[in-house]
Design a protein around this ligand. Structure first.
Ligand code: FMN
Length: 235
């Protein structure tokens, strides 16, 4: 693959949160996990394992239980509209890939660094590899983040995941339901903002950091709440 093809694929990839129920071709999951398997990881620790969930009842149960836990969170943080994070339609995707991490592998990382960060960076790269592999097969996905809170505990129970492991993310996999997405007016700002990227010149410094371009707190706030970030308020 040349650079132009890679750039095209990277730019065309986008998260989808509505899925057609159509089955995906046999072997797609294995192809995607094969790409993930070759992802770089800190110390080549390869701290990942994958659970492939195809059973309708189990997919529904995972989605519902996560949504319930996020619902509880909204009661404590009433400004937060979790519609995007929760992915309430995840169960309609023909496959969910649950990505587990093994924190025991943190032992392989230098002690004076933040080992937890290294673990989760490694897992994140593996998931992005999966997103790219899915895109190359004409399939779509979006991260569903659940780690570190009650939703993670819920998924561990449902899938009998040993306590020593973490559940970092769930990756629904399927064909995009573009009409379903368009119909959801509430998600429009999320969709529009998610397409935005900061310009090249805004983020690259040559030789040393150009302090005249350090963004002010106001610019950061505008960026977060009006331009780019997909965490939207309820109002
Ligand atoms: C670490 C990480 C966590 C994410 N968690 C979620 C999530 O919980 N729910 C979700 O719908 N999207 C999630 N996303 C997807 C981002 O919202 C999305 O990648 C971003 O808005 C850019 O949009 P794009 O993927 O369409 O380019 C996550 C992405 C990353 C890298």
């Amino acid at each position: 693959m040349n650079y132009e093809d890679l750039l095209k694929m990277v730019k065309n990839r986008r998260s989808f949160r509505r899925f057609k129920r159509d089955a995906i071709p046999a072997g797609s999951v294995e192809k995607i996990i094969e790409v993930a398997r070759y992802s770089p990881s800190a110390g080549n620790s390869q701290p990942w394992e994958f659970i492939v969930v195809e059973d309708d009842k189990v997919k529904r149960s995972i989605t519902k239980n996560i949504a319930l836990k996020f619902g509880d969170a909204e009661k404590i943080d009433p400004d937060l509209y979790t519609g995007c994070a929760v992915q309430p339609h995840m169960y309609t995707a023909p496959v969910l890939i649950v990505v587990c991490g093994d924190p025991r592998l943190e032992q392989t990382y230098p002690k004076f660094l933040d080992r937890g960060i290294l673990l989760h960076q490694s897992l994140a790269i593996c998931i992005y590899s999966m997103e790219l592999a899915a895109a190359s097969l004409g399939l779509v996905t979006a991260w569903a983040t659940i780690q570190g809170g009650p939703p993670e505990e819920e998924v561990k129970k449902l899938l009998d995941i040993p306590n020593v492991l973490t559940v970092d993310h769930i990756i629904p996999l399927g064909y995009p339901d573009e009409e379903g997405e368009r119909k959801n007016e509430r998600m429009r700002p999320v969709r529009e903002r998610a397409r935005q990227r900061r310009s090249f010149n805004e983020l690259v410094h040559y030789s040393k950091y150009d302090r005249s371009r350090l963004r002010s707190d106001k610019e950061i706030a505008d960026f977060i709440w009006s331009k780019s970030v997909t965490r939207i308020t309820r109002s």
